[in-house]
Design a protein around this ligand. Sequence first.
Ligand SMILES: NC(=O)c1ccc[n+]([C@@H]2O[C@H](COP(=O)([O-])OP(=O)(O)OC[C@H]3O[C@@H](n4cnc5c(N)ncnc54)[C@H](OP(=O)(O)O)[C@@H]3O)[C@@H](O)[C@H]2O)c1
Length: 404
Amino acid sequence: MSDSRFGIGLVGAGFISRDAHAPSVDYLSDVHIAGIQNRTRENAVDLAETCREHGRGDPSVYGAGELAELAHDPEVDGIWIATPNFTRTETVDTLVDAVESGATLQGIALEKPIARTLPEARHLIDRIESVDLPHAYLENWIHEPDIKDLRSLLWQRGRDAGRPYLARSQAEHGGPHSGWFWDGQKQGGGALTDMLCHSLGGNDYLLRDPEAEGQLEPVSVTADTETLKWARESYAEELQERYGVDYEEHPSEDYARVTVRYEDAAGNPVVSEATGSWCFVGSGVSRHIELLGPEYSGQVRSDDDSSSVFFSDALGDGDGWAEKQTATSGRMPIAAATVVTGGFVAENRDAIRAFSAGENATFDLFDGERILRLCMAAYKAAEDGTRVELADASLDSYTPPPAR
Ligand SMILES: NC(=O)c1ccc[n+]([C@@H]2O[C@H](COP(=O)([O-])OP(=O)(O)OC[C@H]3O[C@@H](n4cnc5c(N)ncnc54)[C@H](OP(=O)(O)O)[C@@H]3O)[C@@H](O)[C@H]2O)c1
């Protein structure tokens, strides 16, 4: 560390780097964007310029094949990996090689999902652990202020009546914004790995006792996956035209429903219900998150009832501004400070605090692997049409159908 501030090195200059990680610095003291590495150098140059304009740092720019240089940059203290899922292994291998040859990083943070398969996840973890580098799994839901409060209020005030027994999360939008998400082999799956990894991670967090580690075991998983919208001829043509993917021939699921049955320390059943899709047409991203117990319930919602504005078609010429907004007229969410309300500031604060103390973040890569195991069990349950018992399931060599 050559100055006293914590320097973030971003790998990737796409949506999540641009709209979440770079702006999160506005709310973090003594943190700056110190470097950006990206396949297309010009996109990193553009993001670096935006960082300078907003006082988020004066990042050095690295292009294709210059990841090791980012890791060796003396201003960079921690690396945030925000590139597509299929690039995780080579990215982590390069970073760990750099550490082995003298790069002085304090930690590596990795976007959801951790990887495409369990062997990939295990490889990343083994390599990062082999150089004793602290790590973070970037699952923003568990850092969202409303979700954190829902958990602490219900657990604290409801404890006398008994632990929560049901968490429900639904997360939907109109479909991802880059071609690689729609390619099952590159992404690792479809809406299940992309959206339900949030819902399953969020439910798991809500159902775990904040005051007692390891008191909840996932036991079995049932699931359905479907391709409801995007393999239809006209929509598949749209994807072909926009992203060059053949979704009619090689679809992934654009809808999934997963139920995880857990048992608590006393053997009582506890249930996580997660649904998600890429088929939602409406205002921005729609999410319903609920936690229920014997004498209480609570919910977090972002949907058409949330803060919004309305524009008539006469004004409908222009760009939307909210994540996954699919129209430029009609009702649109007011998306003020989503880096705060969406948990990105808190997740980065948590990772930086942990890395500076030489520790893993609240959610680390072991948590990422745990959530991916639930995703794999869900794909297998949907594929075989059976309930997957986690104790018997051989998921370590399993690849979901869209990723084969
Ligand atoms: N927590 C959340 O809510 C959330 C939301 C969105 C995404 N994510 C996660 O963040 C990660 C990135 O998603 P995104 O939405 O930012 O993706 P994106 O907008 O498609 O951006 C991808 C970035 O990676 C680069 N890239 C593309 N293909 C590459 C390759 N073959 N090798 C190296 N770099 C490549 C792109 O470079 P170019 O500039 O050259 O195109 C771009 O900078 C994903 O793992 C995703 O699941 C999380």
